[in-house]
Design a protein around this ligand. Structure first.
Ligand SMILES: Cc1cc2nc3c(=O)[nH]c(=O)nc-3n(C[C@H](O)[C@H](O)[C@H](O)COP(=O)(O)OP(=O)(O)OC[C@H]3O[C@@H](n4cnc5c(N)ncnc54)[C@H](O)[C@@H]3O)c2cc1C
Length: 485
């Protein structure tokens, strides 16, 4: 294409453009460059993986009672894949699930699914011993009746828990045992540290000569041609354009904006949510994550207690006063594939929160958790919240395992709801590129890449801490609960 008048022309050195450097776009760009393709990654912000937060690796989907067993199995498989791909981004600590006394459900309703997941994990380990990343399959979950929990109360909390029982000690000591049903269930769903993930993928991409990482570049237009797509982007106030053979739309909750540029219809939801960062002064114990189930959207919505070192805790509460918002869930329309969030949410995303709202919602979150952990009532607000909007493709707002869809031959859109689905997306795009003759057949399903695994743990930690400070979060959030797996 000829240069646009008054605009700089960039010669296409990459044949594949990935738009959006969240966990999806950054991982896909890394994957495609690992299999030898020329990739250009456009991210409008100054760093990678800075969109909506993530703290939990859903290795079995046990946070969600309402989703199908099939989605849970998918999340388990994908999470194992992700741990193997980004081993240094994981926080290797388990999750405890508690069903409140006043909840209509019972822990026993979870047993069938847990046994199914343990069986699937066992099969995966038999298929390939390298899949044993969640410990022994027999320990995928364990139930704790009241007597066992009361016995653990008497023991000292270890700084470095070495067994499931040791991880359970702080829970046994601090939760109000009258407020929960028994058994409590401990499951090997680990933490996912977004700062360490951002750091890992950034350091890995910096080593790939065949991936151009273009930060601070906003894609403003896409136009389909016969064999190529013209992409326009803005940088430093200048408009540029370039031609690509294949476009990967990984623009997160703005995926519909790119669909609209190309005239593709698509149904999806976008939801704005947030989590709160708090500090429990004097807490020196090493906690697992703890989930207190509850009905989403009601004042008793699920409470999630996510630990970081130094007494820092990230809190979710699935109520409209905490994580969810009135009008926070919006749908695409017949006219546009992009659901329209109210300006008050876009303003939060682009400009931040008022201090009074940070205080109000963070304190609501502290109160919500302290119903179950009374001593946590003394916690303080530690920073601004972690927040953002995410897309959910289709018509079912409870969908949690989703990956990618295609339009025509040369356009893919990533539609992950959970970070663990990114490698499924990379595989599906690779399949399409093979069909188009842009990648070799041998590229499909590959995982034997050395770049991420060769990264130095300390370098990942340093870069993660820098990102945390740049984004104005406590450095504790960039660290693992315990130093090693
Ligand atoms: C409160 C909250 C908690 C969550 N917790 C978890 C969790 O514990 N575990 C989990 O797995 N998931 C969690 N999620 C979901 C998870 O955050 C998202 O699924 C994930 O971030 C989506 O990644 P993505 O790369 O698709 O999109 P994003 O992370 O949104 O990335 C999209 C990127 O595209 C860029 N972009 C957009 N438009 C353009 C353009 N025109 N040009 C250039 N760049 C553009 C954006 O700047 C952004 O960096 C949570 C979500 C929320 C809101």
């Amino acid at each position: 294409m000829s240069p646009m008048p008054g605009k700089k022309r960039m010669e296409p050195r990459g044949r594949i453009a990935v738009v959006g450097g969240g966990v999806a776009g950054a991982t896909i760009a890394l994957y495609l460059s690992e299999i030898g393709l020329e990739v250009t990654l456009f991210e409008k912000g100054p760093s990678l993986v800075s969109g909506p937060p993530m703290c939990h690796l859903h290795a079995g989907g046990n946070l969600y009672r309402e989703i199908s067993d099939a989605q849970c199995v998918t999340l388990l498989r994908e999470s194992i894949d992700l741990i193997r791909f980004y081993p240094d981004a994981m926080d290797y600590r388990p999750t405890v699930i508690a069903v409140p006394t006043d909840d209509a459900g019972s822990p026993r309703e979870l047993f069938g699914r847990l046994a199914l997941l343990r069986g699937v994990y066992d099969d995966l380990v038999r298929e390939d011993p390298a899949n044993r990343v969640l410990g022994e399959s027999a320990d995928y979950y364990r139930c704790y009746d009241r007597g066992r929990v009361e016995a653990l109360r008497a023991l000292p909390s270890p700084k470095y828990p070495a067994s499931m029982d040791e991880w359970m000690i702080p829970v046994a000591k601090h939760i109000d045992l009258e407020k929960v049903q028994f058994p409590l269930i401990m499951v090997q769903e680990y933490g996912l540290n977004m700062f360490r993930l951002a750091s890992s993928v950034t350091l890995a991409l910096q080593q790939k000569n065949n991936c151009r990482l273009l930060l601070n570049r906003e894609v403003t237009g896409l136009e389909r041609g016969r064999d190529a797509c013209t992409l326009r982007y803005r940088h430093d106030g200048m408009e540029h354009e370039a031609a690509f053979d294949f476009i990967v739309n990984a623009a997160g909750f703005r995926t519909g904006e790119l669909d609209d540029m190309l005239g593709f219809a698509r149904e999806r939801f976008v939801e704005f949510k947030s989590a709160y960062v708090t500090r429990w002064e004097g807490c020196e114990e090493t906690w697992p994550e703890v989930i207190f189930y509850g009905e989403r959207g009601t004042p008793k919505g699920m409470a999630q207690f996510t630990p970081y070192p130094g007494g820092f805790f990230q809190l979710h509460g699935m109520t409209k006063a905490i994580t969810l918002f009135d009008d926070g869930l919006v749908k695409s329309s017949a006219q546009s594939a992009q659901p329209r969030l109210k300006p008050k949410f876009l303003e939060k995303i682009e400009k931040g929160w008022s201090q009074s709202e940070v205080e109000k919602r963070s304190h609501s979150a502290i109160r919500h958790l302290s119903q179950f952990i009374p001593a946590f009532g003394s916690a303080e607000v530690a920073s601004k919240p972690l927040y953002g909007a995410q897309q959910i493709p289709g018509r079912d707002a409870t969908l949690r395992a989703a990956d990618v869809s295609f339009e025509g031959e040369r356009y893919a859109r990533c539609e992950i709801v959970k970070a663990s689905s990114v490698l499924s997306v990379a595989d599906a795009i690779t399949r399409r590129l093979i069909e188009l003759g842009l990648a070799d057949e041998s590229a499909y399903g590959r995982r034997d890449f050395a770049t991420v695994r060769a990264l130095d743990d300390e370098a990942i930690g340093r870069q993660a801490a820098t990102l945390g400070l740049e984004r104005d979060y406590p450095v504790a959030l960039t660290r693992r609960t315990v130093a090693t797996a």
